[in-house]
Ligand binder design. Structure first.
Ligand code: ASP
Length: 310
């Protein structure tokens, strides 16, 4: 592998993922989904494209996949609706875009990108996001587009148990995200989610918040997080990893380890991150039993994994 060649990593959510609860077919399906998404980004990077295009393409594939909690197949709010969040950041100029609480946009990550590219603002919520989407001729979908029987059943189970759950904590799948480095050393990160099952309407997690669930700076690293959003916000996880590198000379590996394995557990912050630096391979770390994840470096082979010991 070239130390500074392109590289990419993605996640499809972290949580308690007991092997016994994942059928062989489901496992194979998920590996296929992870590979497909990895390939979408890797192809762009291999052809000399930007890390920014690559992370968007990867997240679009994951939003399409009903096995993951983003786009079609998102989890439901306590009132049975959908509120999707997404953000994207470019490391070369620290430009970022985000959308919050949308239920009528097929690809929240692409709307977040448009916010970055075509608006004077960084983040749009609800009606304002729709007004902006209309101004950009983004097609609308009915909220039922995101609906899947499996997620409805999950909501009923969460309500019965009176919990707000990371959807993968019952052995299933989560928030999606990607980080990439292109051949010119440009870094980017993107994250997209339906949030947490049975969340109250209006609840916002870490995914759309720059510095919490998503961050990218060419000076240090790109990070995309998945996990219990409230704790990731309190710990400003994504920006802290970059800051540890920028201000305290941490290696990417040590910075990720400190936030995910040492600090988040102190406040019961379940989850993980994928991260990539100016050189070397991506880092994929979680403090949970498993994380749907994948990575690839230039001239390397695709790696996909679900359980902690893979
Ligand atoms: N971080 C997401 C949220 O809190 C959930 C997840 O990662 O699955 O909305």
């Amino acid at each position: 592998m070239s130390e500074t060649g392109w590289a990419i990593a993605l996640h499809g959510g972290a949580g308690t993922i007991p092997r016994a609860q994942v059928s062989a077919e489901k496992e194979a399906e998920c590996h296929d989904g992870l590979r497909r998404a990895l390939r979408a980004g890797a192809d762009i990077l291999e052809q000399g494209g930007s890390s920014f295009d690559a992370v968007e393409a990867t997240v679009i594939e994951l939003e399409n996949d009903p096995n993951f909690n983003a786009g079609h197949g998102s989890v439901l709010t306590s009132d049975g609706g959908f509120e999707l969040d997404a953000s994207i950041m470019r490391g070369s100029d620290l430009e970022a875009g985000a959308v919050v609480g949308v239920s009528r946009i097929e690809h929240p990550i692409s709307l977040a990108r448009l916010v970055l590219e075509k608006s004077d603002h960084l983040m749009f919520v609800g009606e304002g996001a729709y007004e902006f989407a209309k101004s950009q001729n983004v097609p609308f979908v009915d909220p039922s587009f995101f609906d899947t029987p499996y997620r409805r059943a999950q909501l009923e189970a969460a309500k019965k148990a009176s919990v707000v759950s990371l959807d993968h904590n019952d052995g299933k799948f989560g928030t999606v995200g990607a980080v990439a480095r292109d051949r010119s050393g440009g870094l980017a990160a993107a994250t997209s989610t339906g949030g947490m099952t049975n969340k109250k309407p209006g609840r916002i997690g870490d995914t759309p918040l720059i510095g919490a669930g998503t961050y990218a700076s060419d000076q240090s690293c790109a990070v995309s997080a998945t996990g219990h959003g409230e704790m990731f916000i309190r710990m400003t996880v994504a920006r802290d990893i970059a800051a540890l590198m920028e201000y305290a000379n941490y290696s990417l590996e040590d910075a990720v380890h400190r936030k995910v394995m040492e600090e988040l557990p102190k406040i019961d912050g379940d989850g993980g991150v994928v991260a990539i630096g100016k050189t070397g391979a991506p880092i994929l770390v979680m403090n949970t039993d498993g994380m749907y994840r994948a990575s690839m470096v230039e001239n390397g082979k695709p790696y996909t994994a679900i359980f902690g010991d893979e």
